[in-house]
Design a protein around this ligand. Structure first.
Ligand code: ADP
Length: 159
């Protein structure tokens, strides 16, 4: 049973995240989104809401689930018996940070391999911050999020 974890903030999940998750879920028996329970990033959605939005957005994917953690990713990977973790790479600018994190995770848990994937080019420019900012200002990004997330954003921003 080959399990992969997909760690991140997912505040909220968008189609760039989903593109990576769909590709990775075809290569592994099970994929688990791991939502970082870290208030220092001042998330718009609570950790429970972020997990729920992931579950709703991936309900058609049989081998995908979601949990949250306050622990190190290397530790969560060990607890979940995952052999790998997946990260998305959009631009060269993502690389330096991702490289450092992969090295640190390797040091903490050499059993887990970090895998990088690029999304479809139509999602390269997407990130959760852009989704929130544009929605707050009245822009319509419904093509970039699932209808569950779209509805949740409208409720948060009262629009
Ligand atoms: P963000 O706020 O930038 O969406 P997250 O912490 O939620 O960041 O991202 C979790 C993982 O998903 C990271 O590996 C990140 O590089 C990846 N990711 C974020 N946006 C995209 C995207 N548009 N396409 C592919 N991967 C992405």
């Amino acid at each position: 049973m080959r399990k992969i974890i997909y760690p991140g903030t997912f505040d909220p999940i968008h189609r760039g995240h989903l593109d990576i998750a769909i590709r990775a879920s075809k290569l592994f028996d099970e994929l688990i989104f791991v939502v970082a329970d870290n208030e220092s990033k001042n998330p718009l959605f609570t950790v429970v809401e972020r997990v729920e939005l992931i579950l709703a957005s991936t309900r058609d994917l049989d081998n995908v689930s979601a949990i949250s953690t306050k622990k190190l990713i290397a530790e969560t990977a060990r607890e979940e018996n995952a052999c790998a973790l997946i990260r998305g790479l959009r631009h060269v600018s993502d690389f330096e940070f991702e490289f450092q994190m992969a090295m640190m995770n390797y040091h903490l848990n050499p059993e887990i391999t970090t895998i990088f994937m690029m999304p479809d080019e139509k999602y390269i420019h997407l990130n959760s911050t852009v989704i929130k900012e544009v929605t707050k200002l009245g822009g319509d990004l419904k093509d970039y999020v699932t209808k569950d997330v779209y509805g949740a954003l409208k409720i948060k921003y009262n629009i």
